[in-house]
Design a protein around this ligand. Sequence first.
Ligand code: CMP
Length: 234
Amino acid sequence: MKNDPGRALIDKCFRELPVFRNLSDAHLTQLSRDFITQHVKKGEVIFYQSDVSNDLYIVLEGSVRASLMGEGGEELILTTFNKGDFFGEMSLLDGKPRSATIIAEEESMLGVLKRERLLRAIKNDPVIAIDLLSAVVQRLRMADSMIESLAFLDVSERVVKLFLQIARTTGEKDKNGFFRIKRLTHKELASHTGASREAITKVMKVLAFRKIIREEENYFLISPDAEKIAEKAI
Ligand code: CMP
């Protein structure tokens, strides 16, 4: 279909997807045809934890987050998936309900692949299984790091660790060595660190008093001293 913008996006992005980077051209073309696209608005839920489904998703444009929800509505953000990342592999592989809720962080375009199509592609070219596995192992490492933080770091160390992670991936450094990062609400900080909003409010006051962070209207400034303070935390 010439006028299908989703199809055009798949054709454009498919060659750059890390998980399929080792596929032969013929298999890549076949697999790209098996994908359909799904457009989602910011805040839309793609699926809920415990849902029974087993498609694999790839972020073609935008970003989504994987979260666990507490009974009182609290959210723990496990990770964010950006362009080129896949999700939904756990239910696809073990047939159990979805392990997390996936929510669009912004307007996004997703590629969706039926389980049987992926299994057929793996049979045709088992290299996909190795690349999937290595991405899953990397997620396990990040999950270990999150467990370590929750078990051994206090809330202020977790917040500083998060700021430094964001600073290293998306922050800009000014001439004084301060990182400028996007401002997050206390609720968002709580969701990223597994802390309560009240605990975050207290910690942010202390970090501001110690001049580790400065809260500006649209961004945070993170002092270079955060690196020293967080040495234990990283
Ligand atoms: P699935 O269980 O099918 O649906 C939810 C998805 O969220 C899951 O597959 C993974 O793709 C992703 N997911 C769940 N837990 C984690 C985690 N700890 N780290 C990264 N991704 C996760």
